[in-house]
Design a protein. Structure first.
Length: 420
């Protein structure tokens, strides 16, 4: 009965969606009889939304309560954004928030609930891993056959150089600007965001936060505060393609990373415009007149060389920060252990503190109670220290589960359980 109800609700949702599309087409025709009144159109849109949500809730309920917990956690996070907004509960364009979350659900359903979507993303992830393996040729030539003995410095960091060079080439031939414009245009139409902030959010899927902001350099002086906040939020909410490749090389599932990267673009716009609503008149920039900044390279070889040279500074910055943060973490943990020993708690550490502080957030995200402390520790390390350190810890946790070791050691969970 539950399955039948889910199918029925889904069919109703599709039917109402088709009716809504047909009505919108009629509205554009010059016949007065085809015009829809505003209340009727709102009723149709509301019906579609209720039907889709009903199907999602019923379908998710069959899979357990953890999925429902993550859904209510999402609603709670949106409520907190509205509460602590620059203008609390005064969102000028609710369509941006609703459509941003809707795009997340669409990508999630397409990838995780359909065989075709999951197969495609897994294939892309496998191809990405194969493509990244070509970096080993350059690493072996420069560092010798024993380069794998220094995995992070001589195996992971060269991937940043390789991918930066490739992205620079794609940017020179025009493929990257074309792809960013298409994705940005889709988000702009669906979410009704400005061209500049839409293109910046789309650029963050492939580029770093600095490079994505430089794409709209001629329009930065004309951005409102809300648009500037959206551009910055998109940069912090996503990772560049080069960093993505480094995370894949650490052993993290490429399918999950690709999915999260794609979903972060509309999510960042939705949250940014909710936290800092638009209250100023935005400068009207037509999508047809909007142009991305192109590189100044004269040929492909120069583009490849410049891309590799830019990555050198990024690699040096990452390595120096990791050395500093890990040293500070070791010192901080020693101090906390000394203080904890005075109160019969020598195991006190920064990671332990993070696991308790961020545990409610991890639980709200749909993580099981037993695994929420591990996930909370990773969130804390990524937030306060460095994302590479967090993903390195995640890689170790994945290796423990793959090796089939004990799940608990001295009543401490060693790895995250497989989701069902």
């Amino acid at each position: 009965m539950v399955v039948a109800a889910c199918v029925l609700n889904f069919q109703r949702a599709v039917g109402l969606l088709v009716i809504s599309v047909n009505f919108n087409i009629c509205k554009s025709l010059p016949f007065p009889s085809c015009q829809l009144s505003l209340p009727l159109s709102r009723i149709i849109y509301a019906s579609v939304l209720v039907a889709v949500l009903s199907w999602l809730v019923l379908d998710t309920a069959q899979r357990g309560t953890r999925q429902l917990m993550s859904f209510f956690g999402l609603l709670l996070l949106v409520f907190l954004m509205l509460l602590f907004s620059k203008h609390p509960f005064k969102v000028r364009n609710t369509r941006t928030l609703i459509c941003g979350i809707g795009l997340q659900f669409f990508f999630g359903l397409l990838i995780l609930r359909t065989t075709f979507g999951l197969t495609v993303v897994r294939w892309l992830g496998k191809q990405a891993e194969i493509f990244l393996s070509y970096t080993d040729a350059g690493s072996q030539f420069v560092f010798g056959d024993s380069y794998t003995d220094h995995f992070f410095a001589f195996r992971v960091m060269p991937i940043l150089v390789f991918l930066s060079s490739v992205i620079s080439i794609l940017y020179y031939v025009g493929f990257m600007p074309w792809l960013i414009c298409k994705i940005g245009f889709i988000m702009q139409i669906i979410m009704r965001t400005s061209p500049a902030e839409s293109m910046a959010a789309a650029g963050n899927i492939f580029l770093g936060n600095t490079d994505a902001a430089l794409l709209i350099r001629p329009y930065v002086s004309e951005l409102t505060i809300s648009e500037m906040h959206a551009v910055m939020t998109g940069g912090f909410a996503s990772i560049s393609g080069t960093i993505l490749g480094a995370f894949i090389s650490l052993g993290v599932d490429a399918t999950h990373l690709l999915t999260a990267t794609l979903m972060s673009a509309p999510a960042s716009l939705a949250i940014a415009k909710t936290f800092w609503p638009e209250k100023e008149p935005s400068v009207s920039i037509s999508s047809h007149n909007f142009k991305l900044i192109k590189g100044e390279n004269k040929n492909i070889l120069e583009a490849a060389s410049q891309g590799a040279a830019r990555a050198a500074g990024v690699v040096a910055n990452i390595v120096s920060n990791i050395i500093a943060f890990l040293a500070l973490l070791a010192f901080f943990d020693a101090v906390l252990s000394w203080l904890g020993g005075m109160f019969d708690c020598p195991q006190l550490s920064f990671s332990l503190i993070c696991s308790y502080i961020f545990m409610p957030l991890a639980f709200m995200m749909g993580v099981s109670w037993e695994d929420s402390f591990i996930v909370a520790e990773l969130i804390g390390i990524k937030t306060f220290l460095n994302e590479f350190v967090a993903y390195q810890r995640l890689s170790e946790i994945i290796q423990r589960r793959t090796a089939g070791g004990p799940e608990y050691v001295n009543d401490v969970k060693q790895y995250i359980s497989v989701s069902v």
